[in-house]
Write a protein that binds this ligand. Structure first.
Ligand code: SF4
Length: 163
């Protein structure tokens, strides 16, 4: 997997202070996408062990308390990304057990493949669905268009996130 950007300190993508990774690769081609440079999964930099260790170290940095990790892109659930994102999520779960994980994807929950669903079951919140320009609303929190949903994982499945 490749990634485009890593923000070790981010207060925009999800609640609280966070670390955010923008992975490369997206097949949705939403009209009005603000991140078209991430569409090509070969673009950006190789996501390697050093980058994983950096994220873990940032999340565990006691000088700046981060609430969690945000995974965006591109699309972390692009089939070619699922294995690498899953490995990262498992590392964060193991080594940063108090941190939450948010994941943005253009796929809808109902359409997830078994591999995507199994990865989604490891994160706390997913924001799903393509960006629809006609439904763009700048007042929305953590999403661009009103068709996109913020869904929190509960024992019985995903439910609307209530903040
Ligand atoms: S899912 Fe996100 S990154 Fe992909 S085309 Fe749509 S808006 Fe752009």
């Amino acid at each position: 997997m490749n990634y485009h950007q890593y923000f070790p300190l981010d207060v925009v993508n999800g609640p609280g202070t966070r670390a955010t990774l923008f992975v490369s690769g997206c097949e949705h081609q939403c009209r009005g996408c603000y991140n078209q440079s991430t569409w090509d999964e070969r673009s950006g930099l190789v996501f390697d062990e050093a980058m994983t260790s950096q994220i873990i170290a940032d999340l565990n940095d006691s000088r700046i308390r981060r609430r969690g990790l945000s995974l965006s892109g591109g699309d972390p659930l692009l089939p070619a990304n699922v294995e690498a994102v899953r490995a990262l999520v498992l590392r964060v779960r193991e080594q940063c057990p108090t941190k939450d994980i948010w994941l943005w994807t253009g796929y809808r929950l109902e359409d997830f493949t078994p591999a995507q669903a199994s990865l989604a079951a490891l994160v706390d919140v997913i924001v799903d669905g393509r960006f629809e320009k006609a439904l763009f609303d700048p007042k929305l929190r953590f999403r661009g268009s009103s068709n996109q949903r913020i869904l929190a994982r509960m024992p019985g499945g995903f439910v609307p996130w209530e903040g």
